[in-house]
Design a protein around this ligand. Structure first.
Ligand SMILES: [Zn+2]
Length: 126
């Protein structure tokens, strides 16, 4: 598990470096802690906790590369469809988009963070 976090964080930072992305977006840590506490019985507890630790790895590795880590409101990242970038409101915990994309709300948030880091103005269209 720990090893995987290192690999994933490395991949994210390398991706940012190769694509000259200067800022990586992560969900606010405070909110992740809260989610971990309130969903103890839920199996996604493991996922949220692992994501908290993962974000710390990302921050550490990014800093070494001179890449900034920015914390964003999870409510916002969870609204954007990873497939078509349309913004939708999640109904309870389930996220459903017009384009047919359907997944758990928190997974959407993590996907958006992983695959859509903030880009410089110049290369915003990417
Ligand atoms: Zn969509």
């Amino acid at each position: 598990m720990l090893d995987q976090d290192h690999k994933v964080s490395r991949a994210i930072v390398d991706f940012a470096k190769e694509n000259k992305i200067s800022v990586i977006r992560l969900e606010q840590l405070a909110n992740i802690r809260q989610t971990t506490r309130t969903s103890r019985k839920n199996e996604k507890n493991l996922y949220t906790w692992s994501f908290y630790r993962l974000s710390q790895f990302i921050e550490y590795k990014a800093k070494l590369e001179g890449i900034k880590v920015e914390y964003v409101n999870p409510a916002y990242t969870s609204q954007t469809c990873p497939k078509c970038s349309e913004k939708n409101k999640a109904q309870d915990r389930k996220y459903k988009c017009k384009c047919g994309f359907e997944k758990h709300r928190d997974i959407i948030g993590a996907m958006n963070i992983r695959y859509a880091p903030v880009v410089d103005d110049k290369s915003q269209s990417a």
